[in-house]
Design a protein around this ligand. Structure first.
Ligand SMILES: Nc1ncnc2c1ncn2[C@@H]1O[C@@H]2COP(=O)(O)O[C@H]2[C@H]1O
Length: 327
């Protein structure tokens, strides 16, 4: 009844609109599930070994809802519908009704993704306010429905997150997945299999993530004259390095710590992995993240208010890391 089929990388297992005849289990390799929009393809999901695909038509006999294209050389096991239909008939009516409803919802969601997905590749896919919106959706859903995990994080089902994203916020679920993947790489999120083919998303640091969104939102909507300027990757590195040295020094009455930039130059390579030269502090002083520079016969110093800039350094680290991962 089941037969194996090989699909070379770049080839299609089947295409959107094809008449359906079987569902498949991925034995080796991986596939992208895509929808065609103009001359390009929008990736709805990626599936790999153990996943099932092509099951929708089993329940509603409609043409294939999406393309399934091999992203690596792959092998699948085909389970022809004919051979499954007897077992299908023995399923309770309500189970078939649920499957049909889920299929309809997914078809609708896919249509919406296709409309929402930006067809113009020159436009930025993840402008800052959109990144913030996706993280906010994750925060809100985990705040409302999250289950407390031992790690201190809160977990939600990936299906719930997907439904909220598309149905309540009308945002693309594949973009949400990209943001969740980026947050996973930054250790804010973990993704785990539940063992039944579904996944859970664990928001590991909900408080920090809420604080980040609030700060970034505030920063984005402030007028330029009322906010500190953006920091580059390199400036963030320098700032984080200076903070490391500043924390060891007692603050003065105004909460500033006097950091010896010559000492930093000598020890920064060893302690932070980056060489920080006295002139590297200049742009941070200009941008008002650091206090004044003082030069006397004992050396060159800069005044650092650790409490004030610690969270800013942290937030710019996140912004820059997200930018890199969401290009
Ligand atoms: N948004 C989606 N996420 C994951 N899989 C999908 C999605 N949309 C469609 N599919 C799968 O892609 C298949 C395309 O053919 P079917 O419609 O038979 O069944 C579909 C599902 O198995």
């Amino acid at each position: 009844m089941a037969e194996a089929k090989k699909v070379a990388q770049g080839n299609y297992l089947f295409r959107e609109g094809d008449p359906p005849d079987a569902m498949y289990i991925v034995k080796t390799g991986s596939f992208a599930i895509t929808k065609t929009k103009g001359n390009s393809e929008i990736v709805l999901a990626e599936i790999t070994v153990g996943s099932m695909v092509g099951e929708m038509a089993l329940f509603d006999k409609k043409p294939r809802s999406a393309n399934v294209k091999a992203t690596k050389d792959a092998e699948v096991i085909a389970l022809p519908y004919d051979s499954l239909s007897k077992q299908m008939d023995s399923l309770p009516v309500w189970v078939r009704a649920i499957m049909k409803t889920l299929n309809e919802n997914l078809r609708e969601a896919n249509k919406k993704i296709k409309i929402l997905e930006n067809a113009n590749p020159s436009e930025e896919r993840f402008p800052p306010h959109i990144v913030n919106k996706y993280i906010s959706i994750l925060n809100l859903v985990s705040h409302k429905y999250g289950k407390q995990e031992e790690s201190g994080g809160v977990s939600i089902s990936s299906v719930l997150l997907r439904n909220y994203t598309i149905q309540i916020f009308q945002e693309a679920t594949n973009k949400m997945q990209t943001v969740v993947n980026a947050l996973t790489e930054l250790d804010f999120v973990k993704q785990e299999d539940r063992g039944d083919g579904s996944q859970k998303v664990i928001n590991e640091k909900p408080t920090e993530l809420f604080a980040f969104v609030d700060w970034y939102n505030d920063w984005l909507f402030k007028q330029e004259k009322d906010r500190l300027p953006e920091l580059s990757d390199n400036e963030v590195k320098v700032l984080n390095g200076l903070l490391l040295f500043a924390r060891r020094i007692e603050p003065d009455k105004k909460n500033f710590r006097k950091v010896n930039l010559n000492d930093v130059q000598n020890d920064s390579m060893k302690e932070t992995g980056n060489l920080i030269r006295p002139e590297d502090a200049n742009s941070l002083i200009e941008k008002k993240y650091l206090g004044e520079k003082i030069m006397d016969e004992a050396g060159t110093y800069v005044m650092v208010n650790v409490e004030e800039i610690e969270s800013l350094a942290n937030n710019w680290t996140i912004v820059n890391a997200l930018k890199k991962k969401l290009r």
